[in-house]
Design a protein around this ligand. Structure first.
Ligand code: ATP
Length: 457
């Protein structure tokens, strides 16, 4: 294992694992590195998220480790987990090996300290239930699986493994499934216990280019039919959706979710079809457009994607889905406002005869980058998309009027309704390219009102 690790991991990760192993040895505590880290290692990819599991008191182990490494700690006693934060901002998770029981399907589990075997058995998929033992010399024997979850009193000498002894523990056929490119749940009630695994199954399947094994897929579909997703809080569904949107190739997962009718399971009526995915696909190409790249770079891509996913929904269903997903309040307000902005923009772009430059400017000035990006792709035809481009390439750079109300007063105008007309005229002149600087604006105002006294309302 050590050789594989030195090929795939940066020296810092290896050093960190050495330190974990050393402390485990000194304290006679079996420690393991687990989960996605091991999965990715076996696939020949480095994963910098190190999850350590301790058979024993993980909270105490984490405290000692943090003190030794000069890291900060954020303990979560209810789950026996601690996040260590290093001065460079990197993290390491330390957890007490645990077993979980689900009193209520879909709720968070009850957690009790357990063995590494129990900890692996509570995992979502076989490929995520691999561990590497860092600090106990003997291999785990089958009859050790029920071992009491306390330290390791059998060892009298501190054991500092050389690293060559680091051993892969594969109790659930994870390596076989990695080889066969298979996503497999560990027991038939897995999706019932924790329906977030429905989303995770799709995410790993699509990320890794794997396939769900037949029974896993059947159980997933059954869980959907039985409306198990209803049991999840909005917060948990939302987090899973975000995790999918954060994947580099999220569209594959979104398409798969639609095919499995997972959106429908989140909220009846939320359907996404292929033409819509093509629009979403165009979103990821916006930064290839020399004009739109500037606004695409300013957007919060996750927010635009969410806006896009909710776009086909009629007003009432849009609010229902938002209510179900329960995103953070600020995002909820932003998405609602973005949607209103896009509706208005698209209505304006569709107008015949076409909007004037001033109208186009008014339509798009000040909208969020997310609304602008979604408008550009959702516009649907080249003429309308061209108007969006015109706003960014020509009108926006020209459009900003420099003079303020104070400037007009300085020029001898008296505040009043006429100010609005003056600014309108200045904007028009800007957009037509007749004025391009503050000085030219002043000249224009003077030309318009050679005798300011006459326009003192
Ligand atoms: P990623 O590369 O996306 O971070 P990961 O496997 O590290 O993948 P995490 O969500 O960080 O994913 O989870 C860490 C580990 O915890 C997983 O590998 C898995 O063993 C376990 N796990 C996470 N979520 C669940 C779940 N809902 N049910 C069971 N086990 C889970």
């Amino acid at each position: 294992m050590r050789k594989l690790m030195s090929e795939c991991l940066p020296a810092r990760s290896l050093e960190l694992l050495d330190q974990v192993a050393r402390l485990g040895g000194e304290r006679h505590v079996p420690v393991y590195v687990v989960g996605g880290f091991v999965r990715d290692l076996m696939l020949g990819a480095g994963n910098l998220d190190i999850d350590v599991v301790v058979e024993g008191n993980g909270l105490r182990f984490a405290r000692e480790l943090a003190a030794r490494l000069g890291a900060g700690t954020t303990p979560h006693p209810r789950f026996g987990t601690t996040v260590l934060t290093f001065p460079d901002g990197s993290h390491l998770d330390v957890a007490t090996a645990r077993r979980e029981t689900y009193r209520q399907p879909g709720a968070l589990p009850d957690v009790k300290p357990g063995t590494i075997a129990e900890d692996m058995a509570r995992r979502d998929f076989s490929i995520n239930s691999l561990a590497i033992r860092l600090s106990v010399p003997e291999p785990l024997k089958p009859d050790e699986k029920d071992r009491a979850p306390v330290g390791n009193p059998g060892l009298s000498e501190p054991h500092c493994p050389s690293g060559e002894e680091w051993e892969l523990i594969d109790l659930n056929g994870g390596v076989r499934d990695l080889q066969n490119k298979t996503i497999r749940i560990l027991h038939d009630d897995s999706f019932v216990d924790d329906p977030t695994r429905i989303f995770r199954a799709v995410r790993f399947e699509q990320r890794l280019g794997f396939t769900m094994e037949k029974n896993t897929q059947e159980k997933l579909k059954q869980a959907l039919r039985d409306q198990r997703v209803d049991r999840l809080s909005g917060h948990r569904v939302f987090n899973e959706l975000i995790a999918i949107l954060e994947e580099p190739d999220c569209l594959n997962s979104l398409r798969r979710m639609a095919a499995l009718e997972i959106f429908q399971a989140v909220e009846r009526g939320w359907k996404l079809e292929e033409p819509h995915f093509q629009v979403l696909e165009n979103l990821s190409r916006l930064d290839e457009d020399p004009v739109l790249k500037q606004v695409a770079d300013q957007q919060d891509t996750l927010r635009t994607m969410l806006l896009g996913l909710l776009w086909p929904l009629a007003e009432a269903l849009f609010h229902k889905v938002l209510g179900r997903l329960d995103p953070p309040g600020k995002l909820r307000v932003e998405l609602t406002r973005d949607r209103q902005q896009v509706l208005k923009i698209l209505e304006g772009l569709a107008r015949q005869p076409a909007v004037t430059d001033v109208e186009l400017y008014r339509l798009m000035d000040g909208v969020s980058p997310e609304s602008a990006c979604w408008s550009a792709v959702a516009a649907g035809d080249e003429r309308k998309a061209g108007l969006v481009r015109r706003f960014f390439s020509v009108l926006r750079p020209r459009g900003k009027v420099s003079l303020t109300g104070q400037d007009l007063i300085r020029l001898g105008l008296k505040p009043g309704p006429r100010f609005q007309e003056v600014f309108e005229a200045l904007l028009q002149a800007r957009l037509e390219g007749r004025v391009g600087s503050r000085e030219e604006e002043e000249t224009l105002v003077r030309e318009m009102f050679p005798d300011p006294d006459r326009i003192r309302n």
